[in-house]
Each structure stands twice: as structure tokens, then as C-alpha cells.
Design a protein around this ligand. Structure first.
Ligand SMILES: O=C(O)[C@H](O)COP(=O)(O)O
Length: 332
């Protein structure tokens, strides 16, 4: 799972499904003294020290709908992680895994509250899993964001999907936030436990055994994924597709699941397989990290937009908040 993009990378091309467009359409060669190897599913660019591809500033996202800024915007970026709000099977205490169930009314309210908590924190890109409960959480949270930009789920699963979802306005695109749905961020697959009641399963197999299936790193549920197996896809995706965005200054929100996020937090916080067994994530609670100098600094859960603490962490967050305040004053 080695990171594929050097930290000097001047940009990354966001292609999150097998895309059939060639990066070369967008690449102008320009001599730079940086060696960069950029690999995103769908295409691979390797360049030597003398000729580094400079991403054309008209580079568009895989669906060619939304331009992604490629200039290194900042040495620092915010990363927000949100486990989806309560789902209908969470409410029924059923093992869910990769079964695609929606949020409950409570889960909707949790997603909206999460949006309030992060409403002053910059978001340039959103990643979700391919499951509706994570996508609903991301979209509902963004209804509360003070940037008022429109999150748009990118569709590049086919040439037609890209063409039919094209946005023909530069101004509109600037007011949008790309949302990339990636199956690699799906909840761990719970195998033969999916659909079973958690309490009844504990009575049948024993509390200790069910706890091991749910929280251990190495032990998979029957015919399901262990956390380790989930990490092999979720953390690899994070390193290959999300960390490069943070590296050149894009602020990212990930709306995903209890276990796919546990595997990512294990990577961010460098937790051992022992420590991760006690890591639990509540539904709909946002977690903030600051990415700077190639390090992830955990900054807890923003309590609310007015909470000074979050903005005290970095000058950049405080400046972003001030800009939102100024814009709001002007429009009021
Ligand atoms: O998949 C599920 O059942 C839940 O999202 C997470 O379940 P867990 O907390 O039992 O891992």
C-alpha cells in the first residue's frame, strides 16, 4: 500500500473508477525538477526528473464535469471523517455490512447535525462509499455547510455516464463540490452474519466470539472480511486516491462506515492491532484531522460552528471561517 505520489506532487488526477479517458489528453509536458509517479486506477503516468507532466489547468474530473484545482493550494489540509447516521438496520440491531440500507429519521437528523458541526471547515472534495447510507449522510451534512456549494456525485462508470452528466457552465462548476463514491470505502463485508440480529447472534455463538468478529483486527466473521481485509482495500484507496489530494492542499470529507473508517483511523493514528479493538465510532459524529508536513494530527470532533477550539488549531481554518463570516455579512 505504498503511497504512489511523492509529497512534492503538484497535483493528482482524480479518477476513481476504471476511466477510459487518457490523462495524456490533459497533460502538457513541462520540465520540472521533481520526480513524480502518479497512479490512479484507469491510467498510469510515470515521468522522469526532467519531464514532469504539468496538469493542464483545464483538467476535469473523470466525468469532465467539475474542474479540480491542481495548483498546490496550501501546505495544510483538513480531513473530516464521518460515520453515516443511524441506519434502519442499526435501529433493528442487525449486522449490516455491505447490505445497502438507508438512514432512519434519527440518522437523517444526525447527518444534518454533523453538517452543522463542520459548517465552517473547508471541503473541496467528498469521498463516500457506494452505499446509500454514507451518501445520504454526506449530502445531508453539506446542506448545512456555509460555503453553499452543491455536492455533485461524479458518474464516470461509462463514456455515456460522463457525457450525460456533463455540466456546461464554468460558474456552476465552481459552485460545486465533486463527490466520489468508491466501493473500497464500503463497510466491511459481514459475511454470513449480514441480516442476523446482533443480540441473538451473541446468545448463539457467545459474547466473546461476537466481540472478536466485530472488533478484532485479524479474525473474520464467517465467510466475511476481517478488519485487516477491509483495511487492505480501504487504506489502500485512502493512500492512492485521498492522501494525494490532501498533499496538494485539497480539503477532504469522507463519509463512510464504522469499520472502513476504523481501518483508516488505525492508519492515521498508527494504532496497533491490539489498540484498534477498543476503537468505536458513533454514528454521525464528525472527526477532524489536519494534514500538514505529511503528518496527520487528530483534532477531535468539532462540537459546533461557534466552537473556538477548532479554529484555534490552525490559522488556515480561522481565516476560512472569517471569509465565510465576511461573505455572510455582505449577503445579509
Ligand atoms: O455493519 C454493521 O452492522 C454496522 O455498520 C457496524 O457494525 P459493528 O458495529 O457491529 O461493526
Amino acid at each position: 500500500m505504498a503511497s504512489v505520489v511523492s509529497h512534492q506532487a503538484i497535483g493528482s488526477i482524480v479518477s476513481h473508477r476504471q476511466s477510459n479517458f487518457k490523462a495524456s489528453h490533459f497533460i502538457k509536458e513541462q520540465p520540472l525538477n521533481v520526480t513524480m509517479k502518479l497512479r490512479h486506477r484507469g491510467f498510469k503516468i510515470e515521468a522522469t526528473a526532467s519531464q514532469i507532466p504539468v496538469l493542464d489547468d483545464t483538467l476535469l474530473s473523470p466525468s469532465k464535469n467539475i474542474p479540480l484545482s491542481y495548483k498546490k493550494k496550501s501546505k495544510e489540509a483538513s480531513l473530516i471523517l464521518i460515520r453515516h447516521g443511524e441506519s434502519l438496520w442499526n435501529e433493528k440491531n442487525l449486522f449490516t455490512g455491505c447490505v445497502d440500507v438507508p438512514l432512519t429519521e434519527k440518522g437523517v437528523a444526525e447527518a444534518i447535525e454533523a453538517g452543522r458541526r463542520i459548517s465552517n471547515i473547508p471541503v473541496d472534495l467528498i469521498f463516500t462509499s457506494s452505499l446509500i447510507r454514507a451518501q445520504m449522510t454526506a449530502m445531508l451534512a453539506m446542506t448545512q455547510h456555509r460555503c453553499k456549494k452543491v455536492p455533485i456525485i461524479l458518474h464516470d462508470e461509462s463514456e455515456k455516464a460522463q457525457t450525460w452528466s456533463h455540466v456546461f457552465s464554468e460558474e456552476t462548476r465552481k459552485q460545486s463540490i465533486p463527490v466520489i463514491a468508491a466501493w473500497q470505502l464500503n463497510e466491511r463485508m459481514y459475511g454470513e452474519l449480514q441480516g442476523l440480529n446482533k443480540e441473538e447472534t451473541a446468545e448463539r455463538y457467545g459474547t466473546q466470539q461476537v466481540h472478536e468478529w466485530r472488533r478484532s483486527y485479524h479474525i473474520p466473521p464467517p465467510k466475511g472480511e476481517s478488519l485487516e481485509m477491509c483495511a487492505e482495500r480501504a487504506v489502500a484507496y485512502f493512500e492512492d486516491n485521498i492522501q494525494p489530494e490532501l498533499a496538494f492542499g485539497n480539503n477532504v470529507m469522507i463519509a463512510a462506515h464504522g469499520n472502513s473508517l476504523r481501518s483508516i483511523i488505525m492508519y492515521l493514528d498508527k494504532l496497533t492491532s491490539q489498540e484498534v479493538t477498543s476503537l468505536e465510532l458513533s454514528t454521525g459524529l464528525p472527526l477532524l484531522y489536519i494534514f500538514k508536513d505529511r503528518k496527520f494530527m487528530r483534532r477531535g470532533s468539532p462540537v459546533g460552528p461557534t466552537e473556538a477550539g477548532v479554529y484555534a488549531y490552525t490559522k488556515k481554518l480561522a481565516q476560512y471561517r472569517e471569509k465565510l463570516d465576511e461573505t455572510q455579512t455582505v449577503t445579509n
